[in-house]
Design a protein around this ligand. Structure first.
Ligand code: M6R
Length: 612
């Protein structure tokens, strides 16, 4: 978590840093700060959002063409003014911003205290800048060299940018385990946690690799060195991101914009990957590995949060269509439980950001055991997409709202295509079923558009239940993960307690919760275990629970029992999760807005969880 941005060039740095921090605010928003080089090295920082920082800095000298900025998600030390970044070194000649965790900060700090260093904050970051100062002073080194040597003593994850009052024309960046992109403009350079603060100035970027250090000086090419001091040749990528994708485009919140973008984002996820007329699916990114995947004795899916829910849908799809055993693991559990991983295993990581620390670490573990690792990521060039052997991007476009919406439906779309591709390769699917699913897939973007037309109805239902203290979400088969995802969405943005359950499991415990105060959202499409879900609805009704049912258009049986009905168009069972998740996203959105919650930046959360 935390967003970092830095600028060195001929322009005023302040507006670039502030705009960049606003773009990165999804990564953390409990405090923010900048350092500018003008009369000296001036740090302005405060608790709160970037807007609070702007207000704070309004009376200060914000001139200067070199600067660094940070938006924080607290790890070490509570969110307050002192713990906000940047942090000065003891002599205030250096200033540093950091995304990540310095795990051995405690012994380093004790050693530095012995050597006379005095610390002001509770952060691990301040220890790092003091360490760099110590190395620089004792060995009389340039900033780049001092940073490199200091980092050899560090255990943990970092993306850092450092400024030096004694060498005002340089910014040093370095990374390990946390992302860092270098933007290369004309006589100017940028550093950022992702490309969003850079895109309007240049589309030439270098993705720094782990344990690389970059030295940025105006008028010189960037110098990239490894931590072993080997000079590396940076590879320059061209960004394809569009600026409009980073703006709200007239919507009140990014989340709402992203929900309404789904007809397009789903089309983008499947564009060029399926051909109804020739009856084929092609996924270029995994073509060299699809035989290996088809032959795998098992596939392990690792992910977190919403991506984990998509992974569950993926499990049902791959097992059902391609007949390959699949296990879905929380990446955070998988990496620490000494799992059995073999060379003939295929591990698929699903991640919107491609930066989630636990998912990345789970993949690294799988790779070290010889498994083939495949990515399903949204962010092009992200860490997961770079360490995997192969993968398929979801192409949903930038997702800024902390609550994941369009990424989920795109992940499910890609997993469906993957399952179909593997099924075809293995001959495990009847041609008629394959064709039926493909034909239905083609209709999905238009059908999502149709579901979005029920927004006003969903808003009305949200108004009825906005003050509820608990919600239950029920679904079976392909729609059990949809229930989990619906509950997560509501929890994270409205702070209402919600649980997702397989509908039939309800009678093994959660049914005790049901009374007239309990809204129960049931995903009850006419395919799959429809009759059984109807019985589950009856069980809730018998206990006076309030039913909000997501049903297939034209349904009468579920509709008769339910207090509220939201219709989705008829489709194949395998595709229902895409359509059914959309009204649940809208329900959470409207409830959160009605409760006055900050939908795009819910409390305690960050979009990209780069700490474990
Ligand atoms: O970027 P990732 O997909 O790896 O992120 C995983 C989770 O952190 C993420 O899905 C999180 O649960 C979202 N806030 C859900 O809306």
């Amino acid at each position: 978590m935390c967003g970092i941005v830095a600028y060195i060039g001929k322009k005023e740095a302040y507006p670039i840093l502030i705009k960049g921090l606003k773009r990165l605010e999804y990564r953390g928003y409990d405090s923010a700060g900048i350092c500018l080089l003008n009369s000296g090295l001036n740090v302005y920082k405060c608790k709160g959002k970037v807007a609070d920082l702007e207000a704070f800095a309004s009376s200060k000298d914000i001139s200067g063409t070199v600067g660094i900025g940070h938006t924080r998600w607290a790890t070490h030390g509570e969110p307050n003014d002192v713990n906000a970044h940047p942090h000065y070194s003891g002599n205030e000649k250096l200033a540093l911003i950091h995304n990540g965790i310095i795990e051995n900060y405690d012994p380093l700090k004790k050693e530095l205290v012995k050597r006379g260093h005095i610390f002001k904050s509770d952060t691990d970051t301040e220890v790092l800048v003091h360490l760099i100062e110590d190395v620089q002073a004792n060995e009389n080194l340039s900033l780049a060299e001092a940073v490199r040597i200091a980092l050899t003593q560090v255990v943990g994850a970092y993306a850092i940018a450092v400024m030096d009052k004694s060498d005002p024309n340089v910014i040093i960046g370095a990374k390990k385990g946390s992302p860092m992109v270098v933007g290369i403009g004309k006589n100017e350079f940028f550093l950022a946690s992702d490309a969003t603060p850079i895109i309007e100035y240049t589309n030439e970027v270098v993705y720094l690799e782990d344990e690389q250090i970059v030295e940025l000086r105006v008028g010189q090419d960037p110098i990239v060195r490894s931590i072993e001091n080997e000079v590396m040749t940076p590879y320059i990528h061209e960004l394809e991101m569009k600026l409009e994708a980073l703006e709200k485009g007239g919507y009140e919140h990014f989340m709402l914009k992203e929900i309404f973008e789904q007809p397009r984002s789903i089309s983008d996820s499947m564009r060029g990957r399926y051909h109804v007329q020739s009856g084929t699916v092609t996924l270029g990114g995994i073509s060299d590995y699809e035989q290996k995947m088809a032959n795998a004795k098992r596939i392990i899916i690792v992910a977190c949060g919403t991506s984990w829910h998509a992974g569950l849908v993926g499990e049902y799809l791959i097992e059902d269509l391609a007949r390959i055993p699949v296990e879905v693991e929380y990446a955070s559990e998988f990496r620490y439980r000494n799992p059995i991983i073999n060379e003939d295993d295929v591990v698929i990581a699903i991640s919107q950001s491609g930066e989630t620390a636990d998912t990345l670490a789970a993949l690294e573990l799988a790779k070290s055991k010889g498994a083939t690792i495949i990515g399903v990521c949204n962010v092009v060039g992200s860490s997961i997409s770079r360490i995997t052997d192969a993968g398929s991007y979801t192409h949903a476009g930038p997702e800024i709202g902390v609550a994941s919406t369009k990424a989920f439906t795109s992940q499910v779309t890609v997993l469906l295509l993957m399952a179909l591709r593997l099924a075809h390769k293995k001959g495990s699917i009847a041609e008629s079923r394959f064709q039926r699913i493909l034909a239905s897939l083609e209709k999905i973007p238009a059908q999502v558009e149709e579901v979005l037309q029920s927004a006003e109805l969903v808003k009305y239902i949200a108004g009825q239940y906005k003050d509820s203290r608990n919600f239950l979400y029920l679904g079976r088969g392909y729609n059990f993960p949809v229930a989990l995802e619906g509950a997560l969405k509501l929890k994270e943005i409205s702070y209402i307690h919600a649980e997702g359950y397989p509908a039939a499991e309800m009678k093994h415990g959660p049914i005790a919760l049901i009374d007239a105060e309990m809204p129960v959202v049931v995903i009850a499409p006419s395919k799959g275990s429809y009759e059984k879900v109807l019985s589950n609805i009856q069980e809730v009704k018998a206990r006076k629970g309030k039913i909000i049912a997501v049903v297939t258009k034209g349904d009468t049986s579920a509709a008769e029992l339910a207090d509220h009905v939201i219709e989705i168009p008829e489709t194949e069972e395998e595709l229902v999760p895409i359509l059914a998740s959309v009204p649940l996203q809208l329900l959470s959105y409207y409830i959160a807005v009605m409760r006055g919650c900050n939908v795009d930046q819910p409390r305690n959360l960050a979009k990209s969880v780069t700490v474990e």
